[in-house]
Ligand binder design. Structure first.
Ligand SMILES: C[S@@+](CC[C@H](N)C(=O)[O-])C[C@H]1O[C@@H](n2cnc3c(N)ncnc32)[C@H](O)[C@@H]1O
Length: 286
């Protein structure tokens, strides 16, 4: 520690200012950045300082101290990591088709499905869910809804547009390409998700650490590749909240490096690779 990382950088980032940035970020989003992420934080926020014409991090901190100030949102948007892709961890989409769809029909006694993509980033995850439903032939005939939320308003705007560079779809299996429009209806060099897929998705800004104005219950919740940024107590309290919004027998999907520690929720049982099922014996996570 000691020497500021900024020498001879454009802006000075002292230990004290970095510690304050870490604390504000963790308190407002749960994202826990360690010393190892200092250069990354510097790089992302230096862009904000330049855009705002500020002289240093002290001035920037004054702008973000007020959680309702305009820069507070930009601060969070700058520090979230939004890496995602279509059909990431594809085993979850197979599980959705093979297990969740038929079990939901049996549970509800009618063709109904409620899915929450709780850290949806630029939308590849909820769009992959919608494509899975369409391919399973249930998109039109079922009462199926997907709620897609994220804390980052920039990625949500992108998700809502549903326009992606051709590079993003080039590795997809050919059978999925028919769910995108190329040329007409999209910009040059990009593709657009077909509007009928988007019709069943509601995009909304939601901080996983804040209030959830959601009724549930959900048949399936995706919470993938986000709790990796949170500390253990935050992860554990989130899992409890997810459980309380799942129907009995509903599923929670986590990211590949986020498997739940044994006993982290008595109401969940492991069910294949990073998939967890809420027990149907009446226990409720509260
Ligand atoms: C790496 S992306 C994962 C996207 C997708 N779930 C996947 O697995 O491909 C993580 C997302 O979590 C979001 N995020 C981080 N903290 C959050 C919070 N407190 N509430 C809601 N979303 C959050 C970020 O904005 C980012 O878009």
């Amino acid at each position: 520690m000691g020497a500021p990382v900024s020498q001879p950088r454009e802006f000075e980032l002292t230990d004290k200012d970095f510690a304050r940035i870490q604390a504000i970020l963790k308190q407002r989003s749960g994202i826990d950045v360690g010393e190892g992420k200092r250069l990354l934080v510097y790089g992302r926020l230096a862009r904000r300082l330049r855009a705002l014409g500020l002289r240093g991090f002290k001035e920037y901190l004054e702008l973000i101290e007020d959680p309702s100030g305009g820069e507070a949102k930009e601060f969070l948007n700058a520090l979230t990591t939004n890496v995602t892709e279509f059909f990431r961890e594809s085993h979850h989409f197979d599980f959705l088709r093979e297990r969740v769809i038929p079990e939901s029909l049996a549970f509800h006694g009618e063709p109904r499905l409620r899915i929450w993509s709780s850290a949806c980033s630029t939308g590849e995850e909820p769009h992959s869910i919608a494509m899975t439903l369409m391919r399973a032939g249930i998109l039109d005939s079922w009462d199926a809804r997907i709620l897609a939320t994220d804390i980052d308003s920039d990625v949500l705007r992108h998700a809502q547009r549903g326009v992606y560079s051709e590079d993003k779809v080039k590795k997809l299996k050919p059978e999925w390409l028919k769910y995108f429009l190329k040329g007409q209806g999209s910009q040059r060099g990009s593709v657009r998700v077909k509007p009928e897929l988007q019709e069943i998705i509601t995009f909304r800004e939601l901080n996983l650490l804040g209030q959830w104005p959601l009724r549930g219950p959900f048949d399936l919740i995706f919470c993938r590749n986000v709790v990796i940024y949170f500390d253990i107590p935050t992860r554990e309290s989130l899992v409890k909240r997810f459980v309380s919004l799942l129907r009995p027998g509903g599923y929670l999907f986590m990211g590949h490096s986020e498997s739940l520690a044994a006993g982290s929720s008595r109401e969940l049982e492991p069910c294949g690779k990073t998939a967890y099922r809420k027990r149907s014996d009446g226990a409720n996570g509260g």
